[in-house]
Design a protein around this ligand. Structure first.
Ligand code: PNW
Length: 492
């Protein structure tokens, strides 16, 4: 390392370091007390073959019972914030806000109070993919009424917890919810990319905006909290000059759909994509665009519905324009590629990763730290000088090692890019959230891919947690507020 003692390597005062989890992935306690069934409970129980190791989140890290151990490790790392999510069916067993579970309420109160007692700020996500099954049976995110249902749920959450929670994420990765939920990859596992996913896109965004407006009208003047949505964004780079236009359409398709309506000064769908989809739908013989337009009122409702920019980032891709042959011959090798290759069919883009990029245990996780800096810069260029909170960033391995040098390096190298973007590009990154605090149920990968700074022994009844080298490294960064001057090596 060079310039060890210079201020260049120091994170700005007030920068937040945290770690994240989500309810279904860690809690377990899937049917305790009066908890309702979620779409993930339904999926893992009815289609065990959909999960790589046939496992479930029935017990997971058992954080429903062991939340105090989670608080303990958060304390050990001296984190500034902890991002976790509320399980909608745990708090509202019927899906609707006519019945609040006292047990669910007690559970989340304990976590929030426990965090505050330890000087840790709670960052609370309202929806991290565990929709009440009852609402799914009524059409889930494809039913426009879910906008009201979500707003009601949000109001309930705010009225219970907003006196102590200042930072909120409405929806985790709307793109994953809709595009992976409706290619059959994630729950509800419905395959309707052409229409279902795009209906979901519209409603999930309006639901976010409705929750944002509920807070703004009914809670903001009392509590001054901040809300946003957490988008998953890859850095996409054109392969050649000829691929610039395709790359920009791919960006609009993969994540501009979820950011342009909220963060742009004009609002509404990304214009090129809206035009492309309208023309394509027409060619396909649809009487109206498969990509449902917004009304003027909806555009206004969504525009500016944020207090910071929530960003989940893991990986990057090189984009080239698809030829007819590549589209037909392309065989997806993993779930994410399956989704992006469908995206490729929709917009004619092929996503690739150079062979020399390191790959995590999750086949989609190709490591390119510089991509994060490019992406942050682009967000600033597109949407102005917005404050950005990195709500997720992390690396998977098979979990066998406590000396997890690869994960340590991933966090170190991505954090270094964050620092560069703050100091050299003047991007206002206000915090970094490592995914994940501890190993957990990694959706379709079950327990075969591990993202934890802490390992969890899923074979032990106690679900024993143990610090990995990456956790000690991260704790060192949090303490020193710099990347230099402490150990970068897992062997110690
Ligand atoms: C996130 N991609 O999902 C989720 O928010 C977490 O629940 C999950 O455990 C974590 O990442 C690791 O997978 C992702 O398309 C969804 O590259 C999609 C992508 C990456 C992460």
């Amino acid at each position: 390392m060079t310039s060890k003692c210079s201020g260049i390597h120091r994170f700005p005062p007030g920068f937040w370091f945290g770690a994240a989890t989500s309810s279904y992935q860690i809690e377990g306690g899937w049917n305790v007390s009066d908890k309702g069934e979620s779409i993930w409970d339904r999926l893992v129980h009815s289609r065990p073959e959909a999960i790589l190791d046939g496992s479930t989140g029935d017990v997971a890290c058992d954080s429903y019972h062991r939340w105090q151990e989670d608080l303990q490790i958060i304390k050990e790392m001296e984190l500034d914030h902890y991002r976790f999510s509320i399980s909608w069916p745990r708090l509202l067993p019927l899906g609707f806000s006519n019945k609040i579970s006292q047990d669910g309420r007690r559970y989340y109160n304990s976590i929030i109070d426990g965090l505050l007692a330890r000087g840790v700020a709670p960052v609370v996500t309202l929806y991290h993919w565990d929709l009440p099954q009852r609402l799914q049976d009524l059409g889930g995110w494809t039913n426009p009424l879910i906008v009201d249902w979500f707003a009601d749920y949000a109001r309930t959450v705010f009225s219970l917890f907003a006196d102590r929670v200042r930072t909120w994420v409405t929806i985790n990765e709307p793109g994953s919810v809709c595009d992976m939920g409706y290619t059959g990859v994630l729950a509800p596992g419905i395959r309707d990319m052409d229409v279902g996913a795009l209906l979901c896109t519209k409603h999930v965004l309006l639901a976010h905006a409705a929750a944002y407006r509920v807070y703004q009208k009914e809670f903001k003047t009392k509590y001054y909290g901040e809300l946003s949505i957490a988008n998953h964004e890859m850095w996409l780079e054109p392969k050649t000059d000829q691929d610039v236009e395709t790359t920009s359409l791919a960006r609009e398709y993969l994540y501009g759909r979820y950011s342009h309506p909220i963060y742009s000064s004009t609002g509404g769908w990304p214009p090129a994509l809206e035009k492309y989809m309208a023309e394509k739908s027409k060619r396909e013989g649809y009487p109206r665009s498969r990509f449902p337009p917004f009304t003027q009122d909806e555009i206004q409702l969504l525009k500016g519905s944020f207090d910071y920019y929530g960003l989940n980032h893991y990986t990057s891709r090189i984009v080239r324009t698809a030829t007819t042959e590549t589209r037909l011959s392309h065989k997806p090798r993993d779930k994410l590629l399956e989704f992006t290759s469908r995206g490729a069919k929709e917009i004619g883009a092929m996503l690739e990763a150079p062979a020399h990029w390191k790959i995590g245990q999750s086949p989609w996780l190709k490591v390119y730290p510089e991509g994060l800096r490019h992406l942050l810069k682009q967000i600033k260029q597109e949407y102005g000088d917005v404050r950005i909170l990195i709500t997720e960033n992390g690396y998977s391995d098979d979990g066998h090692q406590l000396l997890d040098q690869d994960r340590l390096e991933y966090h170190r190298d991505y954090l270094e890019q964050v620092l560069k973007s703050i100091t050299e590009d003047s991007v206002r990154v206000i915090g970094y959230t490592a995914w994940s605090l501890l190993d957990n149920f990694e959706w379709m990968d079950g327990y075969t891919s591990r993202f934890g700074l802490y390992s969890v022994d899923f074979a032990s009844a106690h679900r024993r947690r143990a610090a990995r080298a990456s956790a000690r490294f991260y704790a060192g960064v949090v303490r020193a507020r710099t990347l230099s001057g402490h150990t970068h090596n897992a062997t110690r």
